[in-house]
Design a protein around this ligand. Structure first.
Ligand SMILES: Nc1ncnc2c1ncn2[C@@H]1O[C@H](COP(=O)(O)OP(=O)(O)OP(=O)(O)O)[C@@H](O)[C@H]1O
Length: 219
């Protein structure tokens, strides 16, 4: 589903942040991405979400060589990817319900059909009483859970999450991990970037470890 061949990334004239990355992510797989702060986890997620281009090497996603994609190709590919950003990126003028329902609206679904599903997911992530709240009044952990709900609601083929449990307590982190595992079991490939070793120890999955700009894989 995703293939990297000798990928390198540098920002401006500095040294390479990522060097010689060669790996694959299979359909319907589950992996953690870890490594020290500044190792390049967010940069790798940005390459996978096509919001950055590599400085060298080849990346293919869903069978398409990303070097040949035009701007007009990006929305169709991104619609197949759910992403939880480290800084959440909720839309301030939309309620929690509207933020989470947005991917379904973009897909042209009817609110009368998806309303109950969105509310049920919000209850599952502990936001049942925040359905009509705007992001400004949500805590960091509540925003994070809304961002997770928005990323998973459309059951994307590929889910990317950047420190998705960074703002919640261990009990809630376990609950959110279950959500990702359930999504994986229903066919999504999941990649979770995290520092949280206790979280990774809860689920036996492949680990992609970044250090010194290289990627080491533990299957
Ligand atoms: N837009 C940018 N311009 C220049 N350098 C950048 C930019 N974004 C990231 N970097 C640098 O690239 C390196 C990797 O950063 P990145 O955010 O990908 O790491 P990370 O592993 O996600 O870190 P953290 O765990 O702290 O979030 C760091 O040295 C960072 O300073």
């Amino acid at each position: 589903m995703v293939r990297f061949e000798n990928v390198g990334l540098r920002y401006g004239p500095g040294p390479e942040v990522l060097s010689d990355l060669s790996f694959q992510i299979d359909a319907n797989s589950f992996q953690f991405l870890t490594g020290p702060s500044g190792a390049g986890k967010t940069s790798l997620l940005r390459l996978l979400f096509l919001s950055l281009k590599p400085t060298r090497g080849l990346i293919s996603i869903f069978g398409r060589d990303t070097a040949t994609l035009t701007r007009r190709d990006l929305p169709d590919i991104r619609r197949r990817i759910g992403i939880v950003f480290q800084d959440f990126r909720l839309l301030d003028h939309l309620t929690t319900f509207e933020n989470v329902a947005l991917p379904l609206r973009v897909l042209g679904r009817e609110e009368s059909i998806y309303r109950a599903e969105v509310v049920e997911l919000l209850r599952w992530v502990g936001l049942g009483d925040r359905v009509n709240a705007y992001p400004q009044v949500l805590s960091g952990g509540e925003k994070q859970r809304a961002a997770i709900a928005r990323a998973v609601i459309s059951r994307p083929e590929f889910l990317l999450a950047d420190e998705p449990t960074g703002n919640v307590d261990p009990h809630l982190a376990r609950r959110l991990l279950r959500l990702f595992v359930e999504l994986h079991k229903s066919g999504t490939s999941v990649l979770i970037a995290t520092h949280d070793i206790a979280l990774m120890d809860l689920y036996d999955a492949r680990r992609l470890v970044l250090s010194d700009s290289r990627l080491h894989i533990y299957d």
